[in-house]
Ligand binder design. Structure first.
Ligand SMILES: *[C@@H]1O[C@H](CO)[C@@H](O)[C@H](O)[C@H]1NC(C)=O
Ligand SMILES: *[C@@H]1O[C@H](CO)[C@@H](O)[C@H](O)[C@H]1NC(C)=O
Length: 283
């Protein structure tokens, strides 16, 4: 019985990671500089795209009319203007249906207690960092409590909040185009984090990231990944693109290894102790 459960969860993980690898992380690893500079082909596509989108974005947020925002949709679709247009129109529709503009005014205090994260630190390039510990995040608990939909709406809120953070920095004149995610995988287990009933929510979440926040992740860094997570990851690794393999930073429990990496990316005063930093948690 335990074995069957294990295989089920294992398959789930494999499918999830495969999905993540092909859909989500292929756009990682781009520096703000690359993000901000356009190739001649990009510039040409952007000029057309801007004209097409202009009347449709009239009543939308100002940031949606900026080149740095518009180019995301083109890049996500390999500069295919028609596809980029559909993608951005879908995004606008979804934001309204899902009431994204109101999401930050909802009371999330219960979720924050059960699924805490920090969002007040920045990497050396000035990108906002969202960090959380998987040991705090018991997905199965939310599902058992019938809070599945709420949990994933909360996770979407985090995506949107991080993205708003980037947009705010841009308004302040900073060259920041992406955010970073730090995950402490210590405590990862197939029961709480890999349950079969977690799957629909996860795939929904990954799809939401891919469709509505394309290219906003600079890197997703996992530290203290236990063997169970790494075994699954290694099995699906061959399906990753070269760029993905380079961008998804998965570290095991060897502290020296992840410390060396994190020290190059994020100063210690911008890391909480579990990430080897000196920053103190406010309680
Ligand atoms: C951090 O999260 C809080 C809510 O938990 C939010 O009010 C705040 O705007 C966020 N800060 C940033 C920089 O995203
Ligand atoms: C931001 O990047 C652009 C393009 O690389 C550059 O021209 C500009 O000077 C940069 N601005 C700041 C504030 O660093």
């Amino acid at each position: 019985m335990g074995g069957v459960k294990y295989i089920g969860s294992f398959l789930w993980c494999a499918i999830f990671l495969y999905y993540v690898s092909i859909n989500t992380i292929s756009v990682l690893g781009i520096s703000a500089e690359q993000d901000l500079s356009l190739t001649p082909r990009e510039l040409q596509a952007l000029t057309q795209f801007r004209e097409i989108m202009k009347p449709r974005l009239e009543k939308e947020h100002d940031y949606m009319k900026t080149d740095i925002y518009l180019i995301r949709w083109l890049r996500a679709k390999n500069l295919n203007i028609r596809q980029a247009e559909n993608m951005l129109m879908e995004n606008l529709k979804w934001r309204k249906q899902y009431n994204l503009d109101g999401i930050h005014n909802e009371d999330w205090s219960d979720m924050f207690l059960d699924y805490p994260y920090t969002n007040d630190t920045y990497d050396l390039a000035g990108r906002p960092i969202g960090a959380f510990s998987l040991s705090d995040w018991d997905f199965r608990k939310a599902i058992a409590a019938g809070k599945q939909v709420r949990l994933f709406r909360y996770m979407i809120k985090l995506l949107d909040e991080a993205t708003n953070g980037v947009l705010r920095l841009q308004r302040e004149g900073k060259n920041v185009t992406q955010w970073k995610v730090l995950m402490n995988m210590e405590g990862f287990n197939l029961v709480q984090h890999g349950c079969g009933s977690c799957l629909p929510g996860f795939s929904y979440f990954v799809q939401a990231y891919e469709n509505y926040y394309p290219g906003f992740a600079d890197a997703i860094v996992a530290i203290n990944s236990p063997a169970a997570f790494q075994v699954v990851l290694n099995l699906v690794r061959p399906v990753f693109t070269a760029q993905t393999r380079e961008s998804l930073k998965v570290f095991g429990t060897n502290r020296a290894q992840w410390m060396a990496y994190l020290d190059k990316e994020i100063s210690r005063d911008q890391r909480y102790p579990e990430y080897g930093g000196t920053r103190k948690l406010k309680h």
